[in-house]
Design a binder for this molecule. Structure first.
Ligand SMILES: Cc1cc2nc3c(=O)[nH]c(=O)nc-3n(C[C@H](O)[C@H](O)[C@H](O)COP(=O)(O)OP(=O)(O)OC[C@H]3O[C@@H](n4cnc5c(N)ncnc54)[C@H](O)[C@@H]3O)c2cc1C
Length: 334
């Protein structure tokens, strides 16, 4: 079995960005991901009878200058597109204004596939434990089999999943526990409207008690626009009260609220409903945006370490990954 320079747990935004940067610097990188595909909370879900929708993040704003060069590069490479669209509040649905988001094309997670193209990717394998041998880390699955070996280990799983993986030093443990406790769940559903509703804005946010946002997925760049498909995200508080509801029931309630609030025309149906248990990490992140133990050769990054009320989750994940890789490339012998 070969020993990689770096093993990354998690093929979400942070994991794939770390993989891209370190691979480009000539390091051998392996990513181990428990799901079947890449993207993490930027995943795409197939829906009947055909097609798919972004059931996680819809896109992100570019606000932090240290990401400008990378995002422009991804844009020029055709991995991201700018979505110029109309935005409104649930409270004043008729007042539309122009807005922009960067979106992966033709789906959010296709961008992640490009990001990790130079790394070895192992999907469908959950790491349940790891331990330090003389000069490398050994990652194991639930039957105790070694999945990979690497000199450095980077974990990009959400706080609660990271907490469960290891016996952490006291200060890391404390931070992981606080962040895990604050983690919020979110019900999300994809719906299809029987007829086009051009009078609606493409995206809604605001203070609705049920809906956190509604996004016209079929209007995003590179999507199939022949169907009128929306993704509805529930408020975390509303989700908490219905955490154990059946998906059909949660999806139907979100659909009813959308139609009533925005007065959508024509029949509508739910295509798919999903409960994200570890959706949002509202606690402010660390100033460093990552945790790193140079002696043990292990680091943590991800959105939860860089949460900032001014930034979107994807931008937080990218900033956290960028800060950690800068630290690794500056003075760590990979
Ligand atoms: C419904 C929803 C809507 C959102 N909307 C937006 C939006 O519009 N804009 C925005 O900017 N952000 C949005 N966000 C937030 C955004 O999706 C996240 O901030 C971002 O994707 C986090 O990236 P990450 O790499 O830190 O974590 P993740 O994407 O969670 O990646 C972690 C990965 O680690 C894997 N993993 C975990 N444990 C293990 C293990 N033991 N072994 C192997 N693999 C493991 C997971 O499967 C996952 O793929 C939204 C989130 C949700 C849930």
């Amino acid at each position: 079995m070969i020993t990689y320079d770096v093993a990354i747990i998690g093929a979400g935004t942070a994991g794939c960005f770390v993989a891209q940067t370190l691979s480009q610097q000539g390091h051998s990188v392996v990513i181990v991901e428990k799901s079947r595909g890449v993207g993490g909370r930027c995943s795409r879900r197939s829906v009947d009878p055909q097609g798919s929708v972004d059931l996680g993040a819809a896109g992100f704003r570019l606000q932090h200058p240290s990401l400008t060069e990378e995002v422009q590069h991804w844009h020029q490479s055709g991995w991201l597109a700018q979505w110029h669209h109309s935005l409104a509040n649930f409270e004043q649905p008729l007042q539309h204004q122009g807005s922009e988001l960067y979106c992966g094309v033709p789906s959010m997670n296709r961008w992640h596939r490009h990001l990790c193209q130079d790394a070895t990717l192992i999907t469908g394998q959950q790491v349940v434990q790891f331990d330090r041998q003389e000069n490398h880390w050994q990652l194991q699955d639930k039957s105790g089999q070694t999945i990979v070996r690497a000199h450095w280990l980077i974990i990009t799983a959400p706080a609660r999943q990271t907490l469960a993986l290891h016996d952490w030093p006291q200060d890391w443990q404390q931070w992981l526990e606080q962040s895990s406790q604050a983690t919020q769940a979110q019900w999300v559903c994809a719906i299809e409207l029987e007829q086009a509703n051009p009078q609606l804005a493409d995206r809604y946010t605001g203070q609705d008690p049920v809906l956190a946002s509604a996004v016209r997925d079929s209007a995003k760049p590179g999507r199939d626009s022949s169907h009128e498909r929306w993704v509805l995200q529930a408020q975390p508080e509303w989700t908490l009260e219905r955490l154990d509801s059946q998906p059909d029931s949660a999806g139907e309630q979100l659909l009813q609220r959308f139609c009533a609030t925005l007065k959508a025309k024509g029949n509508a149906r739910v295509l798919s409903t999903h409960r994200w248990l570890l959706a949002q990490h509202p606690l402010p992140g660390l100033e460093s945006r990552y945790l790193l133990d140079r002696k043990q050769q292990i680091g943590l990054c991800g959105d939860w370490l860089a949460t900032d009320p001014e930034l979107d989750g994807i931008e937080s994940a990218l900033l956290s990954a960028q800060a950690l890789t800068n630290a690794l490339l500056d003075g760590c012998k990979l």
